[in-house]
Design a protein around this ligand. Structure first.
Ligand code: ASP
Length: 448
């Protein structure tokens, strides 16, 4: 093996993140939002906004996100089929599912309850008399019965095409169970799926290698627009949400992990770094899914039989960070509009926000749509969302990072409790590096 002098991938990705934020902010400072900077060349002028921000950054950033999303559906299907047929006893599925769903719902309820408490304590909306000038349409909250009915696909290919995660999960589980029960034919199919899984994980590794460029461009582009000046009297709201997100990610999760598994949470947080940066740059738990799955199975040691189920499920139904924003936002909007909420209304907020996250895929900005449902439930003006929309971009990035951390933590807890967990891999600092270190010379020469 050749000695590689270059820094580890994590270091490169984190450096790209910091560099992207700095370059974006610098460009914004040089060239305030809406303005342009033109560099005259011999025969034509180059517009920095047109060429760099709307050109290079936008193209590379979007191509990076698309290539992550490209992997989500095949990866979830293939790895979940593998996971299901490798479970020695498929009847365990009910228990694993039950544990995962219970943990996801409980952590979300904890998150939003804590957020509401913090917001009531700090009162970010007191004295803010703002007028909403945009209207925001609330969508109807789906009933629990409808969410359940919609989980079953009529046409799995249409679910694949639409990327409907819950339907894909249900189909993959059924397909996996049938494969496990099909004797010789099932074994042949299972081995094809194992091979496909290997190849797709390889593709995830390849993508990780181009991630520093993608992350840099996404963040540099974004930070030319995110302006702290517009925060004005929203700064306290912003800080409360941000603080609650940090506490949930850095205190609540580590505590829960320690209590449920006895594992060292510092290792967990360190291993989450890449995934957190991906989530932060893409604002989408769904797009980050390939990386979350890679981290949980190849670095933290959760067996694919568990992770292939819990991680995609989490990316769809578990949004603790989003719930935190909704808790604080509800209190904020109630205070701004001078409306007092009763205890039962707060309980309603907790229930609606927890249930609204089920069946809503983790994509950028979905939290605000869910917030509209929550506000409607307790009779608060939905236009209130227009007040906070300006600072939501940065919060969306941060809460997505919390969402994926929650998915990973629950996967580790369930994996450990089911003895589907490799403790040695969890404690190995270098675990997972091999699949990320790709020697592209193999494309030209012999195969390993
Ligand atoms: N962007 C978040 C996610 O993908 C959802 C949200 O809060 O808007 O997890």
């Amino acid at each position: 093996m050749t000695e590689k002098k270059q820094p580890s991938l994590t270091k490169r990705i984190v450096t790209a993140m910091v560099a992207g934020i700095l370059v974006g902010s610098l460009l914004q400072w040089l060239m305030p939002i809406g303005e342009d900077f033109v560099i005259p060349l011999y025969f034509f002028d180059i517009s920095v906004r047109g060429f760099l921000i709307d050109g290079v950054f936008e193209v590379i950033g979007q191509v990076f996100i698309s290539s992550l999303q490209m992997l989500v559906v095949p990866l979830v299907f293939v790895s979940l089929v593998c996971g299901t047929c490798s479970l020695s006893d498929t009847s365990k599925l009910g228990r694993i599912g039950g544990k995962a769903i219970a943990l996801y719902l409980i952590t979300t309820a904890i998150a939003i309850t804590f957020a509401i408490f913090l917001a009531l304590l700090i009162s970010p909306g007191e004295g803010v008399n703002m007028v909403a000038n945009t209207t925001f349409e609330a969508r109807e909250a789906p009933s629990l019965a409808q969410v359940f009915i919609d989980m079953f696909p009529r046409n799995p290919f249409s679910s694949f095409a639409k990327g409907n995660m819950l339907q894909i999960i249900v189909f993959a589980l059924l397909f996996g169970i049938a494969t496990a029960l099909s004797g010789k034919a099932g074994e042949r199919i299972a081995s094809i799926f194992e091979d496909m899984n290997e190849v797709i994980m390889r593709l995830v590794g390849i993508l990780m290698n181009i991630a520093p460029y993608g992350v840099f461009c996404l963040l540099a582009g974004l930070f030319t627009e995110v302006s702290l000046d517009t925060f004005g009297n929203l700064i306290i709201y912003f800080l409360v949400v941000f603080g609650a997100l940090l506490i949930h990610g850095l205190v609540t999760y580590p505590l829960l992990l320690k209590v449920f598994t006895g594992l060292n949470p510092v290792i967990f947080l360190k291993k989450m770094r890449d995934t957190v940066v991906f989530a932060f740059s893409t604002s989408s738990s769904n797009a980050t899914l390939p990386i979350t799955l890679e981290t949980v199975t190849k670095k933290m040691g959760v067996k694919n039989s568990i992770a292939s189920f819990t991680v995609p499920l989490g990316a769809t139904i578990n949004m603790d960070g989003t719930a935190i924003m909704q808790g604080v936002a509800t209190v904020f909007i109630a205070q701004v509009f001078n409306q007092d909420l009763t205890l039962s209304q707060y309980l309603m907020v907790i229930l609606t926000a927890t249930l609204a996250s089920v069946g809503t895929a983790g994509v950028p900005g979905v939290g605000l749509i869910m917030l509209a449902m929550v506000l409607e439930q307790v009779g608060l003006p939905v236009e209130g969302i227009a007040l906070i929309i300006g600072v939501d971009r940065l919060l969306d990035m941060t809460r997505t990072a919390v969402n994926v951390t929650g998915d990973s933590m629950v996967s580790v807890i369930v994996g450990k409790s089911e003895q589907q967990f490799d403790s040695e891999m969890y404690h190995d600092e270098n675990a997972g590096r091999k699949i990320e270190e790709i020697d592209f010379h193999h494309l030209k020469g012999e195969n390993k």
